[in-house]
Design a protein around this ligand. Structure first.
Ligand code: HEC
Length: 154
């Protein structure tokens, strides 16, 4: 066998191997790097949380903050378009988890009332937070997770 023939056979084999494996490689890489699918899954997780949160809201919050989230000026602060809710993420979660009393200012209106602790599960706090932060025109930049609620202590 001459050396040139051996070289051609080796070269052809390597070439065929690469041609054969390339689509498999990209397919497998695609499964791990498929970012749109991951975002879609995150969106679904968020939507499920919002839906559960709507039920929590209607059971525990609606009597004071009202169906449109606007509350009653000077008595029950609004959640719709509330600067407090938008700017004080941790305090908001804390208030839903443990209750809130004393002076606060929401959208330039003073409140000095009290929200009782409602004894919600951490999971329910996360769900209702995702509901109020994504309703009535409110927009949220980051979903509230169970871990985040757990990490907020009295
Ligand atoms: C009994 C009436 C009542 C209920 C029920 C109630 N709240 Fe409140 N909420 C209040 C009052 C009053 C305040 C303001 C407390 C203060 O003046 O310090 C408040 C404040 C808040 C705030 C911070 C201020 C703002 O408007 O952004 C958030 C967030 C909030 N409530 C969410 C909820 C959620 C979510 C629920 C249901 C899980 C709920 N509340 C149930 C009366 C209530």
């Amino acid at each position: 066998m001459n050396i040139q023939l051996v070289g051609k056979i080796v070269f052809t084999s390597v070439l065929l191997f690469v041609i054969h494996k390339t689509p498999v490689f990209f397919e497998e890489a695609g499964l791990y790097l498929n970012i749109p699918e991951t975002q879609q899954q995150q969106q679904e997780v968020l939507e499920e949380s919002i839906n559960r949160g709507r039920t929590v809201y209607n059971d525990f919050c609606v009597q004071c903050h009202l169906p449109d989230g606007k509350g009653t000026e000077g008595v029950f602060p609004p959640l719709a378009d509330s600067d407090w809710l938008m700017e004080k993420r941790t305090e908001s979660i804390h208030s839903v988890k443990y209750g809130l009393k004393g002076e606060i200012v929401v959208n330039d209106i003073q409140y000095n009332n009290m929200m009782p602790p409602m004894g919600l599960l951490d999971r329910e706090v996360a769900d209702v937070m995702n509901y109020i932060m994504n309703s009535w025109g409110n927009t949220q930049h980051k979903m509230v997770t169970l871990e985040e609620v757990k990490s907020i202590n009295k």
